[in-house]
Write a protein that binds this ligand. Structure first.
Ligand SMILES: CC(C)(COP(=O)(O)OP(=O)(O)OC[C@H]1O[C@@H](n2cnc3c(N)ncnc32)[C@H](O)[C@@H]1OP(=O)(O)O)[C@@H](O)C(=O)NCCC(=O)NCCS
Length: 109
């Protein structure tokens, strides 16, 4: 869109922890459903660079959940009444490819 911002993603790595977080992601309403969210997520995973990456979402946000499932995230937890309106948070996680390979090799060892 010329010079306009079409999307953003914020990632967070805390100290030396193995788990990073996708803190926030959004794509301009006119630019959705073109693969930008998926690309932003993958870029964030690469940038954060830790073996496992997590995110929190409202279970009612089915569009975001579809994006995360498609990008390889799985449900791992939920936090009770996390959001201001009392809604729980769903926690999803993805192991990066390197980590998945390492896990496989360790199982076969
Ligand atoms: C969630 C969001 C970032 C997705 O961005 P996007 O660029 O439209 O996503 P993509 O085009 O990469 O979509 C990837 C996949 O997600 C799913 N998806 C995306 N939009 C969808 C929709 N409206 N309905 C159903 N599935 C959808 C699909 O599986 C899609 O793959 P496909 O197009 O091959 O079927 C965007 O809708 C958004 O900014 N929403 C508002 C902010 C928000 O909810 N952020 C997340 C907070 S946890």
């Amino acid at each position: 869109m010329g010079e306009q911002v079409v999307g953003f993603v914020f990632g967070d790595r805390r100290g030396r922890q193995e788990v990073g977080w996708v803190a926030s992601i959004g794509v301009h309403p006119d630019m959705r459903r073109r693969g930008i969210g998926h690309l932003l997520l993958e870029a964030c995973e690469e940038e954060v660079g830790v073996p496992r990456i997590r995110l929190a979402l409202r279970p009612s946000n089915l569009v975001a959940k579809q994006l995360y499932l498609k990008t390889g995230y799985v449900e791992v937890d939920h936090w009770d009444r996390y959001y201001a309106n009392g809604e729980d948070a769903l926690i999803m996680e993805k192991a990066r490819e390197k980590d998945k390979r390492w896990n496989r090799e360790m199982r076969e060892f």
